[in-house]
Design a protein around this ligand. Structure first.
Ligand code: AMP
Length: 424
C-alpha cells in the first residue's frame, strides 16, 4: 500500500463536485468586477520567492534542483508568480490591470485542520491604481466573494502599515527591535509583546497604551495617538475615506479597524486587511491582502500594486462548518435496457439525450430491472428509462419517476422535453 504524502489530500467525486461549484462561484465574482484570469506555472525559480520573502522562507518551501541543476520551488503563493508574469508580458497593458488566479500552493507547514502542504488559493492583483476608491473596491471584492458563496459569519479587519510605523517612531523603537516585535503583533500575542516592550525599556503606561491602540476599533483614538506624524495623519484620512466608501457605496457596514494587522511581510506598505471566519477556530484566517511593492523589487517599472489571496480550502471548510447546503450531483436519467436486444436502442437514446445537454447513464452490467433501479437510486437519478421487449415492439419507453415510483409511457422523442421541464 502506498500512502498519500503528509499534508496532501485526494478529492473523490462528491468532494470535487463541491470544490468545482465553489471555485465557479468565486471566479464568477472576480469576472463581474472586471478581472481577467491568469495562470502561471506550478514551479518557479527559487529565487523568485527568496527575493520576495527573504531566505527565511526556505524553511516552509518545497524546493529542489532539476536535472539541469536549476534551483526551483513549488509555488508557496501566487502573488510573486503573477507579478513576474506581469513584468514579462503585461507591463504595457492599459491600466488599471485587474488579474485574478486560482491555483494550488505548496508549503512545508505543520498539517492540521485547515492547514495543508498542498492547498488552493483564489486571489487577485490590481495594478496601476492606488486611489482610495480602487482600494475600497478591492476590499469590497474580497468581502463580497466570501459573502456571495454563502458564508454567514465573517469578520473584516482593516489596518495601515504606515500608521504602525508611526507608532513605533513615536516610541523611538529601533528597526532591529521592530523586527523582533512584529511577529508578536502579527500573531496577536499581546502578553509576549507586553514583556518584549518592557524589556526594551518602555514604561508600563506606554506599553499598555501601545497595545491598546493596536487593538482598538476606534479610528479616532488611533488618529489622536499618531497626531503630529504627517504621513500617518494622511493615511488615516485615507483609511477613513475607504471605510466611508465601503459603507456608503458597497453596503459593507461591519468593516472593523485593526491597526495591529501587519501581514508578517516586508513588502506591504499602506493598506492591509484580513478576513476571518470565527467558526474555524485556530486556522480562521480566510483572506489576507493589501497594498504592496513587488514590481520594482523584481526589476519592473514602478506601478501601484495591491491584491489579496483567499484560502480556498478554508472557505470550503467554513461553509461546511456553517452547515451550508451544497448542490449535489444528480443524473437526469438512468437507462435500463432489460435485455441485450434493447442495448442498441438504449445507447441511441443515451446519445441523443446527452447531446441535448442532459446527464445520462445506463446499465453496463447487464443487470435485471430491480438491481438497476437500486443502482440508479444510489446515483441520485431523477428518472429511470426502462426499455424491454414490449417497449421495443411498440417503439416506446417506460419513464419512471424515481422519487415517487410513478411510471408513464412515452416515445423516445418526447423524453428530452419531459426531462428538461421536470429539472427545475
Ligand atoms: P497568505 O499567502 O499566507 O497570506 O495566505 C492567504 C490565505 O491562504 C490564508 O488566509 C489562508 O486562508 C490560506 N492558507 C495559507 N496557508 C495555508 C495552508 N497551509 N493550508 C491551507 N490554507 C492556507
Amino acid at each position: 500500500m502506498f500512502q498519500i504524502p503528509r499534508g496532501t489530500r485526494d478529492f473523490i467525486p462528491e468532494e470535487m463536485y463541491k470544490r468545482r461549484y465553489l471555485q465557479q462561484r468565486i471566479e464568477e465574482v472576480f469576472r463581474r468586477y472586471g478581472y481577467g484570469e491568469v495562470q502561471t506555472p506550478t514551479f518557479e525559480t527559487l529565487e523568485l520567492f527568496t527575493a520576495k520573502s527573504g531566505e527565511s522562507i526556505l524553511g516552509e518551501i518545497y524546493n529542489f534542483k532539476d536535472k539541469g541543476d536549476r534551483e526551483l520551488a513549488l509555488r508557496p503563493e501566487l502573488t510573486a508568480p503573477v507579478i513576474r508574469c506581469y513584468i514579462d508580458r503585461l507591463q504595457m497593458a492599459p491600466k488599471p490591470l485587474k488579474l485574478f488566479y486560482f491555483g494550488n500552493c505548496f508549503r512545508y507547514d505543520r498539517p492540521q485542520k485547515g492547514r495543508y502542504r498542498e492547498f488552493w488559493q483564489a486571489g487577485c492583483e490590481l495594478l496601476g491604481t492606488d486611489t482610495p476608491e480602487a482600494h475600497a473596491e478591492l476590499v469590497a471584492l474580497a468581502y463580497t466573494i466570501l459573502k456571495n458563496i454563502g458564508l454567514q459569519n465573517i469578520i473584516l479587519h482593516i489596518g495601515n502599515l504606515y500608521v504602525i510605523h508611526a507608532m513605533f517612531a513615536k516610541l523611538r523603537i529601533t528597526d532591529t527591535d521592530k523586527k523582533d516585535l512584529l511577529p508578536f503583533i502579527d500573531k496577536s500575542q499581546f502578553e509576549d509583546l507586553f514583556s518584549a516592550l518592557r524589556a526594551i525599556g518602555l514604561s508600563q503606561t506606554d506599553t499598555e497604551q501601545f497595545i491598546d491602540i493596536l487593538q482598538t476599533p476606534d479610528l479616532e483614538k488611533v488618529a489622536a495617538y499618531v497626531k503630529g506624524n504627517e504621513k500617518a495623519e494622511a493615511e488615516i484620512v485615507r483609511l477613513r475615506l475607504i471605510l466611508t466608501l465601503l459603507k456608503d457605496s458597497f453596503g459593507i457596514t461591519d468593516a472593523r479597524v485593526k491597526i495591529g494587522i501587519v501581514r508578517g511581510l516586508d513588502y506591504y506598505k499602506g493598506l492591509v486587511f484580513e478576513i476571518e471566519a470565527p467558526v474555524l477556530g485556530a486556522e480562521k484566517q480566510l483572506c489576507g491582502g493589501g497594498d504592496y511593492e513587488l514590481v520594482n523589487l523584481f526589476g519592473g517599472t514602478p506601478v501601484p500594486q495591491a491584491g489579496f489571496a483567499i484560502g480556498f480550502d478554508r472557505a470550503l471548510l467554513a461553509l461546511e462548518t456553517e452547515q451550508f447546503t451544497f448542490p449535489t450531483p444528480a443524473l437526469d436519467a438512468f437507462i435500463v435496457p432489460v435485455n441485450e436486444t434493447a442495448l442498441p436502442t438504449a445507447f441511441t437514446i443515451a446519445r441523443d439525450l446527452r447531446s441535448q445537454g442532459l446527464t445520462i447513464d445506463l446499465d453496463l452490467l447487464r443487470r435485471g430491472i430491480g438491481k438497476s433501479l437500486k443502482y440508479a437510486s444510489t446515483q441520485q437519478a431523477r428518472y429511470a428509462i426502462i426499455i424491454g421487449p414490449k417497449e421495443l415492439e411498440t417503439g416506446t419507453v417506460t419513464l419512471r419517476n424515481m422519487q415517487d415510483g410513478t411510471q408513464t409511457t412515452c416515445t423516445p422523442n418526447e423524453l428530452s422535453a419531459q426531462l428538461l421541464t421536470s429539472r427545475s
